[in-house]
Design a protein around this ligand. Sequence first.
Ligand code: IMP
Length: 198
Amino acid sequence: MKFILATSNLGKIEEINSLFSGTDIVFEGLDLYPDLPEVIEDGDTFRENAYKKAKTVYDHTGVPVIAEDSGLEVDALGGAPGVRSARFAHDKATDRENIERLIQELEGVPPEKRSARFVSVFCMCSDKEERYFEGYVKGHILGSPRGTSGFGYDPLFVPDGYDRSFAELGPDIKNKVSHRSMAIDKMLSYFGRSDSGR
Ligand code: IMP
């Protein structure tokens, strides 16, 4: 079954392809569809942004689309950076700049108040329906980055039940416990393949 995965984020494409390995679902990236209009992710919720991306690509291609929006919600910051996670430091911020901004925002916040969660929302658009699959993982934010694996805020995020960051834990453990894998498990169940090989 072919879907367009509406993202140009290489980290995400790699993760999702590894999570779907062993199934017959094939994702094509947006690189194969270079003439699509740019989608501005200006929604107030992950759902709104995921829908906007999926619907725009579906309307222009007629191919079933799955789009994800995701981000980090930090309790001490009232849920920020949230839908602005990729642009927390500024509109064209690198992961490094976003990490620096988060460290600054949480300076002086004690360990017990550094709780956070990653959220992932997938929207599927096809001729038949629109459907959402959501996942999250709770944890806390470190005072300085640790580890080299993954992307985004991985070096600062320690999932509950572990004492190492996602960037230290590496893809095998991250893919078992992450917000994205929870949402993808729901998708796999929906498609009737609950055994994702994990
Ligand atoms: P978007 O979903 O492409 O709009 O971007 C989400 C942003 O949230 C990413 O650029 C990262 O900064 C952050 N993010 C989402 N998921 C993860 C993750 O699994 N690890 C680290 N950062 C993440």
